[in-house]
Ligand binder design. Structure first.
Ligand code: B12
Ligand code: SF4
Ligand code: SF4
Length: 348
């Protein structure tokens, strides 16, 4: 009778138990080369320029599109899901013009840190069972296409909004991966279960989907508020509404979220849900860093945040916010000054 570390099925079952005990909500496994369509789909996305100024997507695209090229010794990719389900309807904030809407994933502690620590603990446990083997853990920032790999590993399917969703979990979850040299039994991929639904496509404020299952990041509010440097194109600014960091609309309307499970990690439910716009606009660099310490928001810096806040002020229709915009029209940052002038114009 094989023991639990030499029998790959028994090892996988224990690994799953361990990952769930660590706080992950689901786990699935695929081979590194499980998605042969990846290079073509990524190439199409890049050729159309849909990555905008996220140059890092094109830079290591040969690795991104092919996990076997990224790490030729890897035999299995273990994909893990970590829930951050909101405790309220995120669309409520969109109707509060004096406040900024911050997307649910960024309201508390930075998931990069929390998920990575958990991934490392899971990876270390695995290595303890199989000394001499190797692992590498990735979350978000590595050249790895996490959603299609998670789909291949049976965690769920990529919806028409391109995010991964699951019958059991809904769509409010992060993804992370443990690549390993250990050969573990793969899971069967999940089927696409969007059917005729197109709620996410219709809900998108900027019409960022050129086709179902495809996103043009250049129009996505998440890209515009978090990744895009410099001024946002004037024709897109009114569509941002009061969304100042990311956007949740396409997730929030998905009917599968009726079945969403609660998050077990409470540190994702943090203080940055719907901050006062006038107060945020007045932050200097030090004030910004202090306020958003430990949050993923810190990465965008004061200038981009204040730029976003000024677009939201311009969209607010609230005359008392004119004074705030006025005070920033000579800001040292050109995009901030430009946004302040735009907001003043809109409020006239
Ligand atoms: C770049 C990036 C972005 C960019 C671009 C998003 C995008 N859809 O490409 C921007 C900044 C816009 C963004 C926004 C968001 N992101 Co993001 N992002 C990433 C990142 C770093 C890479 C994604 C990527 O590879 N894109 C390239 C495109 C080509 O790949 P793809 O989206 O998988 O596209 C597939 C389809 O287009 C499909 N396809 C193409 N043509 C066709 C044709 C047919 C017929 C079919 C069926 C399919 C198909 O094939 C592609 C490959 O499967 C990942 C982390 C990672 N390393 O994977 C996080 C990640 C995808 N983001 C995440 C999140 C949470 C978000 C936001 C919800 C955040 C927010 N609230 O603001 C939004 C959601 C916006 C949206 N609708 O996608 C999570 C998603 C978790 C999940 N459950 O899916 C990830 C996985 C981060 C993480 N580790 O948890 N993101
Ligand atoms: S995150 Fe917002 S802007 Fe981006 S695709 Fe979804 S609904 Fe559209
Ligand atoms: S809203 Fe509808 S189309 Fe979009 S991902 Fe959810 S089920 Fe699929």
């Amino acid at each position: 009778m094989p023991n639990s570390t030499s029998d790959p099925h028994a090892l996988k079952a224990r690994l799953r138990e361990h990952a769930l005990a660590e706080g992950f909500s689901d786990m699935g496994i695929c081979r590194p080369d499980a998605v042969p369509a990846l290079p073509g789909r990524l190439a199409h996305f890049l050729k159309e320029g849909r990555h905008g100024d996220m140059d890092w997507m094109a830079e290591r695209s040969h690795w991104r599109a092919d996990p076997s090229a990224l790490w030729p010794d890897a035999r299995s990719v273990i994909m893990l899901a970590e829930l951050y389900t909101p405790e309220y309807d995120p669309m409520e904030t969109i109707a509060q013009p004096a406040r900024g809407a911050i997307s649910v994933y960024a309201q508390g502690k930075d998931y990069h840190d929390l998920v990575k620590k958990r991934l490392k603990r899971v990876g270390r446990w695995l290595l303890d069972q199989r000394p001499g083997e190797q692992i590498k853990v990735f979350v978000d920032t590595a050249p790895v296409m996490e959603k299609p790999l998670a789909e291949a590993a049976g965690l769920g399917w990529q919806g028409k909004h391109t995010n991964l969703l699951s019958r059991r979990l809904g769509s409010w979850f992060f993804l992370g991966s443990v690549f390993t040299t250990i050969e573990l039994p793969p899971d069967a991929p999940e089927a696409t279960r969007c059917g005729n639904c197109r709620a996410c496509l219709d809900a998108c404020p900027t019409k960022a989907f050129p086709a179902p299952f495809q996103l043009d990041a250049r129009r996505c509010i998440s890209y515009l508020t978090i990744e895009h440097k410099g001024p946002v194109a004037p024709e897109l600014r009114p569509m941002l509404g009061n969304r100042i960091y990311g956007c949740d609309d396409c997730l929030a309307v998905c009917p599968w979220n009726k079945f969403a499970q609660e998050a077990s990690e409470m540190r994702y439910h943090g203080p940055h849900r719907a901050p006062d716009l006038a107060e945020l606009a007045m932050l200097d660099d030090a004030g910004f860093r202090e306020r958003f310490s430990g949050s993923p928001i810190k990465r965008i810096g004061r200038n981009r945040m204040v730029r976003n806040v000024l677009y939201a002020i311009g969209n607010s229709g609230l005359q008392p916010l004119r004074a705030t915009a006025q005070s920033l029209i000579d800001d040292k940052d050109e995009a901030v000054a430009d946004a302040a002038r735009w907001a003043l114009d809109r409020l006239t």
